[in-house]
Design a protein around this ligand. Sequence first.
Ligand SMILES: [Zn+2]
Length: 421
Amino acid sequence: MTTEFVLTGATVLRGSDLVASHDYWVKVDKGGRVSALGPGPLEDSTITQFDASGMIICPAFLNAHTHVIDGFLKEIGFGLPFWDVFMPPDGLRHHALSVTPTEVVTEQLGRTLDQMIACGTSLFVDFREGGLPGVKLLERLAAHRLIQPLTLGRFAAYPPQPPDDLAANEGALGIEALDEISGLVEEGAGFALVSANDLTDQGLAQVAAHVRSLGGLLALHVAESPPYREISIERTGQSDVHRVVDHLSPDFAVHLTFATPEEMDLLAEAGIPAVCCPRNHAVIGLGIPRFDLMLEAGMTVAIATDNVILASPDPLAEIQFASRVIRALREDASFPTATDMLKMITINPAKILGVDHERGSIEIGKRADLVLIDATTVNLAPVADPIAALVNRATAADIRAVFNNGVLAHGRPLEMVPSGR
Ligand SMILES: [Zn+2]
């Protein structure tokens, strides 16, 4: 519960199309929802007004793919190949997670959540390792903060099916594994596989049916590196993208850095959205996910920050990098537009996650999850195009305040407007 207030005099990025509306006010009700907005001064001396002039008010960011647990490993393994750092059970980060004291991991996890809030984030989707205890740890730390996690738990042990079954693409997932999924979904928000190669085709279908019956979110990494495809074809005759479409139908596919144009069309037709993480994949030498081609294929795309070990959980930094790299690769500055880029950390992930009825844009009835960017900083002023300024130049240091459901989650309170003005 908050008290009713109004932010006045700002440039508000309104609605899911982020229409830049100058000298606007936004009214927030006691339930933390946007209850009204409009142009010019608000003639109502009965309500507390805060002076937001010089601010750009943007919907708070949704970070649709993170591994927030590895913030204690920043730059560890920098320069090593992807497989050596990331693949369970022997990858460097999985080994580090198993031998580092829980207090160390926990303290850094809390600091990472605080950093995400300071970077303008209201909600994130985490692929949580460590089985049920892993999910519980994140839920416990986030419960005391003004940021909401959608925690997708993973199997505690890998591989979840016997290697011989996987090699022959034969065999079902055991009842214990399905029970483990039930516990993860109940405690968190859903379930994540590492990749389609975790399971046989039959196992994928079982997981899909089971997670759906529980009402959880279902997602996984797809076409993340060449071996994903090679292993899948060797065992099943199909690429991991095709198997995901045929047997799993997840809520979204993460990465798709190695998806072919034909596979993008297939995913678009199946209505499976993408979540791409350009900075992580660039720095580890995998390549750049072609989210521009995915958009052109008709897919819904979100951009996310992925492992903290390799990139700060900062959505503005992610889209700024992504925007520049894709323009360079296309040798074309016109697409995706700045608005397209900003949508990929606001309304697009809200749609993908099924929360766009209350998040992802500034509209009456939605949560007042707001980022106030100070357009008067040396870095940003003068602002000719507020959306281009956010996508191309703004950093977390330009964020003056972050509101989560109408509550100040980060930053400094604004000056009150003297009544009668
Ligand atoms: Zn991931």
